[in-house]
Design a protein. Sequence first.
Length: 278
Amino acid sequence: MKINDLNEKFEDFEKKNTGKVLQGLMKITGMIILAAFLVLFEKMIYMQYYFSFIMKFRSTDVKEKITMLAAIFTLFSLIVIIVSAIISIKMIKDYFNENSMELSHKIKYYVIIFIGILIIINSIIGTSEVLKQMKLNFTFIQKITFIQKIMLFLFSGIPSGVIATSATAFFSVVFLFSVKTYEKKLYEHRIIGIIYTAIVSIIGLLGINFIMELSNLYKNYSFKVGHEFKLFIHFLKFVLRYKNLYIEIFNMYFCVNLFVIIFLGILLIFAKKNREGE
């Protein structure tokens, strides 16, 4: 009887533990979905205003309007990056249980350097995208000089790089916060939480890229051809015929975000081992 009682208690414990793990994973899913929705909402607003400016101001002042719009979103993105960096520094310090001033300064230094590298990489990607679009849309352009490329990098690449990095920084904070929330009650299952958060984050980023690409395809087709799809099925047929959909979804920005998520996952796993070794 005693052995049976022990087995029953063990089974009850396992069921309760499994239930807690599932609840924790559901919380992570909800947080990532909310983060993806907010990032998508911000991108959709930017694209909506961008196309509305083009449609409304088809004159010489369109450049000024678009420049003003880009400046506003770049400033907003810089604020998001700064706030995300402050939160990330605090959370990383908590993960590693580092309270000394020297190590605190090192964490700040590494986070700032890492964000700076991300901005540079995303700015280079943004510049290359602009150059690609210029070659596709303006066939009369034979050669772009080095000075022109530098100007494109400064006035187009850097703003797009800052905007892209703000999304990465925001997602990184949500990643850290999701794992932190999960481990409060389920510290012994932190590895599950970290891996699951990484997988859901990757799926969320793919979802953002997919929806944004569908939106861009629809607006570009409507803007260039001047024809809107009567039925959604017509648009889906058009999308299925679009050969570059896979390439656009798994673009260079996604590769950068994928690297950041994997890096954060490894960092948190290392932080777990560091704690257990103390």
